[in-house]
Ligand binder design. Structure first.
Ligand code: AAL
Length: 368
């Protein structure tokens, strides 16, 4: 038999995977294609994408000497025609020297002795760094050692930045910290710290007893959903998982979901409303790393697609993050970070842009 013209994608190949589950015995692998993924063919699966990366304009890294680092971008929001992003910025006399050699001015890790800065952009490629949003408060306020890894919530016209609040140099006992917040009437600040812990570590022996990392905020089913990362034990990276805490008010109380953790894999947190549910990236750690997952109820996640080269610590532009949508539209781009560890004496991270096809109506061919 002659093969049809391979470039004519409109024709149905005789060996195409049928769109509906065939009525015949199937191997376990083929049954899974129908039972566990959104569609049998990745190109028809709205939660499948590859990723394209672009260098950003506008950030100065001092030639990459390691004294400046920018990492862990928040999700991106759009206010009055401008995109806003918040991120961890370290600007220190030396690159990180490890917990043994750190001091009041020498950082232990890339996110030690950090502040939260922000930048704006008209097009998502060229960014203007606007300044510091959150400084380290005086000891003993939460975050006196370092503030890092922010995310934004817009709730009833006010802005809330949630972030990791370190009370010791990261690495001394582990990467231990809870989460605090600052609020403002405008995305340009000024930001008022609440000087309280808003999401507490779990009790001794629990999976999140040492850290609440990567807070990530969405409004879903009328409530504030805060997804976060923690490790079973003291940061063995392969046992990193994500949990969910829900509140009716930005200041809390945040009630941790009884089914926590809700995602069994993944480092950092990236979530967005999709159709009636919530989609999530699981990257870097765990049995299900390199997957995009979906929970029709925001809690019970399954693998929607398997992909590769996923954005690390992705902060997508999520147009409907806070609109309490019941029909999430998905995402097309955002910022992520890249860690340059090639030379220990210039260790730092930098931000880049990713593009993807994770919308309800996107053209789902591979990103070239
Ligand atoms: C990250 C995040 C958190 C961790 C550290 C800085 O990428 O998971 O923020 O604490 O690494």
């Amino acid at each position: 038999m002659n093969k049809p013209n391979q470039t004519d994608f409109s024709c149905a190949f005789p060996w195409d995977i049928p769109q509906t589950k065939p009525d015949r015995p199937l191997s376990k692998a083929m049954a899974r294609m129908y039972d566990e993924y959104q569609t049998p063919r990745p190109e028809d699966n709205r939660l499948f994408s590859s990723f394209k990366y672009t260098q950003l304009q506008g950030f100065d890294y001092r030639g990459g000497d390691g004294t400046v680092s920018r990492r862990d971008p928040s999700k991106i929001i759009r206010v009055n025609g401008l995109y806003y992003v918040w991120y961890t910025k370290r600007d220190t006399q030396t690159p990180p020297q490890g917990p043994e050699n750190c001091s009041d001015t020498i950082p232990s890790t890339d996110w030690d002795l950090a502040e939260i800065w922000y930048a704006t952009s008209k097009d998502g490629f060229s960014w203007q760094e606007q300044g510091c949003a959150i400084k380290r408060p005086a000891k003993p306020q939460p975050g006196w050692r370092s503030v890092s890894t922010p995310d934004i919530l817009v709730w009833q016209g006010k802005y809330y930045l949630y972030y990791q609040a370190f009370m010791q140099a990261s690495g001394i006992k582990g990467d231990h910290c809870p989460v605090t917040l600052s609020s403002a009437d405008s995305p340009d600040g000024p930001w008022a710290p609440c000087n309280k812990i808003v999401v507490e570590n779990g009790p001794a022996g629990s999976w999140d007893q040492f850290s609440i990392h990567d807070p990530y905020l969405l409004v879903y089913q009328g409530k504030i959903h805060l997804y976060y990362k923690a490790a079973f034990g003291d940061r063995p990276d392969y046992l990193v998982a994500n949990g969910l805490a829900i509140a009716e008010n930005p200041m809390g109380p945040f009630n941790k979901h009884s089914l926590n953790p809700v995602l069994n894999s993944g480092h950092e947190t990236t979530y967005f409303p999709f159709k009636q549910g919530i989609a999530a990236f699981a990257i870097r750690n765990g049995n299900e790393n390199n997957t995009i997952q979906f929970a029709p109820d925001g809690v019970n996640f399954s693998i929607a697609s398997v992909t590769s080269l996923m954005p690390v610590a992705a902060g997508p532009y999520v147009a409907d993050a806070f609109s309490n949508t019941e029909n999430g539209q998905g995402i097309e781009w955002g910022l992520s970070h890249f860690c340059d560890k090639t030379n220990p004496s210039t260790k730092h991270s930098f931000l880049g842009r990713f593009d993807c096809n994770l919308t309800q109506n996107g053209n789902n061919t591979d990103m070239k």
